[in-house]
Design a protein. Structure first.
Length: 301
């Protein structure tokens, strides 16, 4: 009883409320994407949602999201021990919301394109389905939940084989389902639209989860680090960090400048380096998100 009482704190209730809001909005977007656009366009995207569309093609009376959950249940049971109780319960809550909005709310509105959907409408359906499902999934992933299905499989495979990338596992699973969809719907466009929707969904997820805080990181190797540091601060007002290094060939100690800046500050920073030391080495990479002084706040106020 003490553990239950400790759970009902103001902070835990706030977190649960925020999780639920994200779940509801994400589920609504996901349901609209799948039911309103994808389910009527005669193609199957990747994941369990694609399998549900294939089943629904042969059994049009079967509710789309109920089919998803029927597929999800055995996958969830098999993967429970690997993924842990907390993640499992959060995902079950998300799947419940998706079932409610997908099978009871979304059918109240007409499907895009009508009963006889045109080829041009199939393309638009794939685009909007990808954008909407990607936005919905991003909101769900942001709160540490999932839609079950292929997410469970991918994470379980990663637990067993950590050397495999999430991208490669996803491509294999989604690719097989999309190809099956092409066979079921009997044309190559079904495969192309399936890949288009899946790719767009992935891009939207990455953009919403990481893109808004995307920054650039420069590593600058030079013998004139003090002059470069001063020039960067004068022009961009960005601070830098010195990293101690030793040349493997020369054995010489020197500083490496690390500077994280916005995309618009990359060019003037590079020009400063070129002006101060034309022989310097500059390495540029992308930082998904940056938190702290001068960037996004680490703690939201």
């Amino acid at each position: 009883m003490k553990g239950v009482k400790n759970w009902f704190t103001k902070e835990n209730l706030r977190i649960t409320a925020v999780d639920t809001i994200y779940d509801i909005i994400g589920s609504v977007l996901y349901a609209i994407g799948y039911y309103t656009f994808a389910s009527n366009a005669n193609f199957a995207p990747g994941g369990v949602g694609g399998l549900a569309i294939i089943i629904n093609h042969y059994l049009p009376w079967a509710p789309l999201f109920l089919c998803q959950n029927i597929i999800n249940i055995p996958i969830a049971i098999i993967c429970y021990k690997l993924l842990g109780r907390k993640f499992f319960l959060k995902s079950v809550k998300t799947m419940l919301f998706m079932w409610i909005f997908g099978d009871f709310i979304a059918p109240l509105f007409p499907k895009y394109g009508g009963e006889l959907i045109a080829e041009s409408d199939r393309l638009i359906a794939a685009i909007f389905a990808g954008i909407l499902t990607g936005a919905g999934l991003a909101l769900i992933y942001m709160r540490g939940s999932s839609t079950g299905g292929s997410d469970f499989i991918i994470m379980s495979i990663r637990k067993k084989r950590p050397h495999m990338s999430v991208g490669s596992i996803t491509i294999i699973i989604d690719g097989v389902i999309i190809l099956i969809g092409g066979i079921v719907f009997g044309n190559i466009n079904a495969v192309l639209y399936g890949f288009l929707m899946t790719i767009l969904s992935s891009l939207v997820i990455d953009k919403l989860m990481y893109g808004s805080g995307s920054q650039k990181m420069l590593l600058i190797i030079s013998d004139k680090t003090d002059e470069i540091k001063n020039g960067i601060y004068e022009v961009t007002e960005r601070g830098v960090t010195f990293l101690k290094s030793v040349g493997a060939y020369t054995g010489k100690e020197r500083n490496i400048i690390m500077c994280v800046c916005s995309k618009t500050e990359v060019f003037p920073t590079r020009e400063i380096v070129k002006k101060v030391d034309p022989d310097a080495m500059v390495m540029l990479s992308t930082v998904d998100e940056a938190y702290g002084l001068g960037f996004n706040p680490l703690i939201e106020k």
